[in-house]
Design a protein around this ligand. Sequence first.
Ligand SMILES: NC(=O)c1ccc[n+]([C@@H]2O[C@H](COP(=O)([O-])OP(=O)(O)OC[C@H]3O[C@@H](n4cnc5c(N)ncnc54)[C@H](OP(=O)(O)O)[C@@H]3O)[C@@H](O)[C@H]2O)c1
Length: 238
Amino acid sequence: MAVRRKILVTGATDGIGLALVRRLASRHDVLATGRRPSGEPEQLLPGGVLYTVADQSEPEVAARSVARALLKNNWSRLDYAILNAGVAYAAGPGQETAAAIRQTLDVNLLTTIALAHTLFPYLEKAGGQLTLIGSVSRKCEPDFASYAASKTAMHEFARALREEWRGRVRVQMLHPGPTMTGMYEKAGFDPGWTRHWFIRTGDMAAMMEAAIRAGGSPKTLSFLQYFSGASVLGRTIR
Ligand SMILES: NC(=O)c1ccc[n+]([C@@H]2O[C@H](COP(=O)([O-])OP(=O)(O)OC[C@H]3O[C@@H](n4cnc5c(N)ncnc54)[C@H](OP(=O)(O)O)[C@@H]3O)[C@@H](O)[C@H]2O)c1
């Protein structure tokens, strides 16, 4: 009989996170988080999915909100935590505002660290897996320097955590490539004609689920993997 896993997905109100929750919801118990107040997200998310507000602009507050939601729903263990929420702001050299830099680091990096520490006992109890969502942009993304810095720092954090948690909780870093979500528009950036090459959101969510199921870290999920690894798209979390 198929086992229903307990899965946390952050940033589940749009884009890849929402597509991932829609894939997982019928087979697993899902707790979704986002910055949007309760009401609207529940209309977007499949029935049965739990939703809690966890605005990652305030890392400790977000981590406490998630801990409260786990308690409230009597979740004492987590099989998978997928830390997917992310934000980016496009800005030329020297034009990034302090507020945008701080928001990028708070949402992408500091909340990831705060959540990892909060979730450790839940994941350990299940022998579970923490998956962090980075980006291929970490290596070089003109006009997105702070975003790239946040994703590089996440990568190194995951590398250290893999050693710290070895034998207790698996830690995985995934780096998606360009995907057709609203992230660029929200960031104030027009990718122009290149958007035609972006991977569809649902396909990225499928690649992500397959990669999470397979484990291993770090992994890039981009064009090469998409065109060469179509056969793994059907692999699902069990
Ligand atoms: N799209 C790409 O090309 C691409 C490429 C590589 C990596 N990624 C990464 O993939 C992940 C998902 O991105 P996406 O493309 O799906 O972007 P998206 O469509 O903008 O979704 C991002 C999610 O994070 C949430 N979020 C943003 N700020 C937040 C905050 N302060 N507190 C809590 N949640 C917040 C968003 O909430 P709202 O719905 O309220 O906006 C949304 O649910 C991100 O980590 C991103 O860096 C994306």
